[in-house]
Design a protein around this ligand. Structure first.
Ligand code: HEM
Length: 152
């Protein structure tokens, strides 16, 4: 059918924003590991990219996820559904982690790489890897909750 409901357009925007915000994060565990094999001072470039991506892409895209999600939930009167509440809480938690612990450790790896400080790099690297994996797990769980809609 050619007739497309506005709701479906917003759903498409919502899902596109999810891919834009979080897609690249799924490559981070591999990128971090490969980058850590380079000479210390050469590792800085990747961390600069991570920080820029987080600020310029993930942050704004999370805003789009939230606005489009809020429209969908309002249009279909879904605010009482546990899968909407859980996803809302998860989105704030993921955004919070990205702007605090993850950002701090990415900046820590950047400054340690620039300073040639291997022990400081190792410390931030370990924390960044752990929290990146936790964030990815939270994204995967939220994708399940949004699509399978448990407790509905
Ligand atoms: C990390 C956060 C989020 C992810 C990964 C995500 C992902 C998705 C996906 C993949 C769908 C398509 C599901 C389907 O059509 O069966 C969807 C639909 C939807 N999302 Fe989200 N979403 C997130 C956050 C939110 C938030 C915060 C809200 C509300 C404020 C929200 C409200 C909705 C609604 C109402 C639908 C439409 C469900 C339907 O029409 O059946 N989402 N989301």
């Amino acid at each position: 059918m050619l007739a497309v409901q506005f709701y479906d357009v917003v759903l498409w925007v919502h899902i596109t924003a999810v891919v834009t915000a979080f897609g690249a994060l799924f490559a981070y565990p591999l990128f971090l590991a490969v980058n850590a094999k380079a000479p210390l001072r050469e590792r800085a470039g990747f961390h600069r990219l991570q920080i820029a991506f987080s600020k310029k892409v993930t942050g704004p895209a999370i805003g789009v996820i939230l606005l489009a999600g809020a429209y969908l939930a309002t249009d279909r009167e879904l605010w009482d559904e546990p899968w909407v509440t859980i996803s809302l809480v998860m989105l704030f938690a993921i955004a919070g982690l990205g702007a605090t612990i993850l950002r701090r450790n990415e900046e820590g790896m950047l400054s340690a790489a620039e300073a040639g400080d291997a022990p400081a790099y190792a410390l931030s690297f370990g924390a960044a890897r752990t929290w990146t994996l936790i964030t990815l797990a939270m994204i995967v769980v939220t994708l399940y909750v949004m699509t399978a809609k448990p407790f509905a």
